[in-house]
Design a protein around this ligand. Structure first.
Ligand SMILES: NC(=O)C1=CN([C@@H]2O[C@H](COP(=O)(O)OP(=O)(O)OC[C@H]3O[C@@H](n4cnc5c(N)ncnc54)[C@H](O)[C@@H]3O)[C@@H](O)[C@H]2O)C=CC1
Ligand SMILES: O=C(O)[C@@H]1CCC=N1
Length: 267
């Protein structure tokens, strides 16, 4: 596939890294920042462009700029699409607004990826409007399968839902890792040892959860001896409302996705 990314930032870089590793694609990136453009060319063999080229109907264009930049970018490429398939990874912005900004273009699929795509371990939600050809939806899935797992979403609201889980989710995990590393340093470990201990603990726990027939709550209870040490830690987490805060934060994340869609789709 010939795939052109408009925007070569964090998320585009993650997907491009995976696609480049997979091989077999002609990859281009339109990125105003020369340093980012050159790094993508150097590291992944992506053709660096300063302005959008003219596309063709058998090409794929990935919109990978910030949601706030999307309207201007769409208006800039509308008359160069020539029927190309457009994939938008932007949070919030609805197909209806994208289509309007692209002069009524309808070959549009929304994707909510996540940054572990960079190491081939991403999870992406894919929403294709019902009227779109199945082959276009499958092309979008094929692109994202190069960098991880894919979940097809039946409704566009599913993009808001999955943003709160896997789209933003890596940040929640990194937040927890940061907190545990700070805790480990407080126990007297140097920063490198703290990092190694915490990452190994995450790795091991996730692998155990994946392989075990037991559910996650039982696995947690199995670490938590009655009257023991873990019980004290979990009691503090519960008293401080950690679990409830995580669930509420995810609600807020989803609400922001809906809000961004409403705010940015007005124009
Ligand atoms: N970072 C993440 O974990 C995820 C991001 N997304 C979505 O991906 C999109 C990009 O996010 P990030 O990569 O995090 O942002 P970013 O800021 O790292 O990347 C955006 C890039 O677009 C470039 N850009 C600005 N104006 C441009 C123009 N007119 N033409 C071409 N490129 C232009 C910027 O120089 C920048 O490199 C957003 O819409 C976001 O909602 C979706 C899922 C996860
Ligand atoms: O924070 C954001 O808006 C983007 C969308 C999902 C992850 N990062």
């Amino acid at each position: 596939m010939k795939i052109t990314f408009i925007g070569g930032g964090n998320m585009a870089g993650a997907i491009l890294a995976g696609l480049a590793r997979q091989g077999g694609h002609a990859l281009q990136v339109v990125e105003p920042d020369a340093a980012k453009r050159d790094a993508l060319a150097r590291d992944h063999g992506v053709v660096p462009l300063q302005t959008p080229p003219a596309f063709a109907a058998d090409e794929v264009v990935v919109l990978a700029v910030k949601p706030q930049q999307l309207k201007a970018v769409c208006e800039g490429i509308a008359d160069r699409l020539n029927g190309a398939l457009v994939l938008s990874i932007a949070a919030g912005v609805r197909v209806e607004a994208l289509s309007r900004w692209l002069n009524g273009h309808t070959r549009i699929v929304r994707i909510m990826p996540n940054t572990p795509a960079m190491v081939g371990r991403g999870v992406a939600g894919v929403y294709a409007p019902q009227e779109l050809a199945e082959a276009d939806a499958e092309a979008a899935e094929t692109v994202m399968r190069a960098v991880g797992e894919v979940v097809r979403l039946a409704d566009e609201t599913g993009i808001d839902d999955i943003t709160a889980v896997s789209g933003s989710g890596p940040a929640y995990v990194f937040y927890f890792i940061e907190a545990m590393m700070a805790g480990a340093v407080k126990q007297g470990f140097d920063a490198d040892t703290a990092r190694a201990l915490v990452l190994a603990t995450f790795d091991g726990a996730v692998e155990l959860a994946r392989q075990s027939p037991l559910d996650v709550a039982t696995l947690r209870q199995n670490v938590t001896s009655k009257g023991g040490t873990t019980e004290r830690a979990i009691a503090r987490f519960d008293a401080e409302g950690v679990k409830a805060a995580i669930v509420a934060g995810m609600d807020d994340c989803r609400a922001r996705s809906i809000e961004l869609g409403q705010l940015l789709s007005q124009d």
